[in-house]
Ligand binder design. Structure first.
Ligand SMILES: NC(=O)c1ccc[n+]([C@@H]2O[C@H](COP(=O)([O-])OP(=O)(O)OC[C@H]3O[C@@H](n4cnc5c(N)ncnc54)[C@H](OP(=O)(O)O)[C@@H]3O)[C@@H](O)[C@H]2O)c1
Length: 332
């Protein structure tokens, strides 16, 4: 049994905790530009490249369930399922008749479409697939050294002025790349950098955290559960499928896997001691650093498990101990 804790403890670090509005999944961070505050927890619809008919049915059920459960931030991209993710999400949101003002919808322009004309075509295409006139946030999915960032940001700023885009962000950008992207904007600013960030993979997140904090940019942490490992998956003999390994890139590579599992088991023990679900440690470790968390799920039960974990805050002592355990193997 886990002990219910609805209120997150005040963070020890200087990181600002998200403001808690209605219930724990309604917590938000302020955003320096853009019409809405930024939710602290959201669901990503990457789908791990699984876009068969059967997978799509599960992904739809998962998104519908998340919406009913109070998730408001949905993250997609033009490349996810080559448009299938955006189409599915658009359909789910339209059918639900949810007031767009209550949602926080993010999509991304592919790293292959960063020329000005391509940016416009990509965003217009995304809006059509999402069945919306505007989207709350558009990210540059990843930088492309062959395209001047000023061209990309200029095109996004024009779309922002037209009201098609509520705010502009980036993903997988270093501090230097972020600074260049910001310098290219004239009337608005970059509001978000989405990077891989979890207890065991801190390099990208830690690398940009201070800069983002100083400049009021929200860090969105993707792969927060390390593909389920930090929710207790793979700790009792199961091994990642070739598909999971392929899409997790280096995160779960074979020569690292056994060490990660051993350390993750220690984190699971800590969670048991504190009476919280294991995923609470992964999620609240990020929250304590001031990052917004974008998790993945392929089944409605996983959404419930993540929301339950989010509603249970481990003690600061538990988070400190988990931090120390994971630091032994982290990439930082
Ligand atoms: N900007 C980028 O370049 C980028 C890159 C990657 C991801 N993202 C975004 O971030 C989102 C999340 O990334 P991610 O999917 O890698 O995150 P993640 O939350 O670390 O992993 C999600 C996976 O963990 C497993 N899982 C979830 N809840 C679980 C639970 N309670 N117990 C056991 N296993 C559980 C599921 O695996 P199974 O499905 O195998 O069951 C699920 O698909 C993506 O959907 C996407 O929107 C962005």
């Amino acid at each position: 049994m886990t002990k219910p804790k609805t209120k997150a403890p005040a963070p020890k670090s200087k990181t600002a905790a998200p403001a808690r509005s209605k219930g724990s999944s309604g917590a938000t961070y302020p955003m320096k530009a853009g019409p809405k505050p930024h939710p602290a927890l959201g669901l990503g619809l990457w789908g791990l490249g699984r876009w068969s008919r059967e997978d799509e049915v599960k992904t739809r059920a998962t998104a519908e369930h998340a919406l009913r459960a109070g998730v408001t931030w949905f993250d997609t991209a033009e490349v996810y399922g080559t448009g299938r993710s955006e189409r599915l999400l658009g359909d789910v949101l339209t059918r639900s008749k949810t007031d767009p003002a209550k949602l926080f919808l993010t999509t991304k322009v592919s790293w292959e479409h960063l020329r000005a004309g391509q940016v416009r075509a990509a965003v217009v295409g995304s809006l059509q697939k999402l069945e919306r006139r505007s989207v709350d946030l558009v990210l540059v999915h990843a930088p492309d050294a062959h395209v001047p960032i000023a061209e990309t940001m200029g095109a996004l700023e024009t779309l922002w002025k037209e009201g098609k885009v509520g705010a502009i962000g980036v993903s997988n950008f270093s501090v230097e790349e972020l600074a260049d992207a910001r310098a290219a904007l004239k009337e608005t600013d970059v509001v978000v950098n989405q990077v891989v960030y979890n207890l065991f993979d801190r390099e990208d997140g830690d690398g940009v955290l201070d800069y983002c904090r100083k400049n009021g940019i929200v860090v969105e942490a993707y792969t927060p559960l390390l593909r389920g490992l930090l929710a207790g998956r793979y700790l009792d003999g199961e091994t990642p499928s070739p598909e999971v390994r392929r899409f997790a890139h280096h995160l779960l590579e074979r020569d690292r896997f056994d060490t990660l599992v051993a350390h993750a088991r220690s984190i699971r023990d800590l969670a048991k001691e504190d009476g919280v679900p294991m995923a609470s440690i992964a999620l609240h470790w990020l929250r304590r650093r001031g990052a917004a968390v974008i998790f993945g799920a392929s089944r409605p039960e996983q959404v419930d498990a993540v929301l339950d974990a989010w509603a249970h805050s481990p003690s600061d002592a538990t988070l400190d101990r988990a931090d120390a355990i994971a630091k032994e193997v982290t990439r930082a």
